[in-house]
Design a protein around this ligand. Structure first.
Ligand SMILES: [Fe+2]
Ligand SMILES: [Fe+2]
Length: 176
């Protein structure tokens, strides 16, 4: 589960950058627009493609097979959240393309709040229960499948996205 916990941490960092981006509006609109486009790219690729994919294709189905209550409860909720997040990102992008920065930021704020809640539920409930559902051996198998998943999507690209998030954060702190 450490793989997923670590990815959450990187996503939370990007969330923080997204929230602080607000300070650019009205002062540095061009930089704001560019930053949010890059963050959207990060959330779509890193958070969705690399991270949610592992949960949706590997962890959640394995958990659902073991426990019907979880399948109909929290796991279903997590799937629904992921679908909502994709729609929310589209909404942010639409406002940004119309240069409605305050509106884009407001939607971004909602998105990041929901994503933080989602991450908290996974950290505190879902990942915890997965560690009690599966044996060490099963967890190891899941871990190897996670690794395969990253390799197929591109491990170098994943690293680049992580660095992008770091760079965006540093640039924003400097602009402030
Ligand atoms: Fe998730
Ligand atoms: Fe997650």
């Amino acid at each position: 589960m450490k793989v997923l916990f670590d990815e959450h941490e990187i996503i939370v960092n990007a969330i923080d950058t997204a929230r602080q981006a607000k300070s650019l509006i009205g002062k540095y609109d061009v930089s704001y627009e560019k930053l949010i486009h890059q963050l959207i790219g990060f959330f779509r690729n890193y958070a969705d493609k690399y991270h949610h994919f592992k949960e949706e294709e590997i962890l959640f189905p394995e958990m659902a097979k073991r426990n019907e209550l979880l399948a109909d409860g929290v796991i279903k909720e997590m799937f629904d959240n992921h679908a909502d997040f994709r729609e929310m990102i589209k909404g942010i992008e639409a406002s940004l393309n119309e240069k409605k920065y305050a509106e884009a930021q407001q939607k971004l704020q909602q998105y990041t709040e929901s994503l933080l809640d989602h991450i908290a539920v996974e950290n505190d409930e879902v990942f915890q229960s997965s560690e009690s559902i599966f044996s060490e051996e099963e967890l190891e198998k899941i871990y190897f499948r996670f690794e395969d998943c990253d390799r197929e999507l591109g491990s170098a690209k994943k690293e680049e996205l992580k660095e992008l998030a770091d760079t965006l954060r540093k640039n924003l702190l400097m602009a402030d």
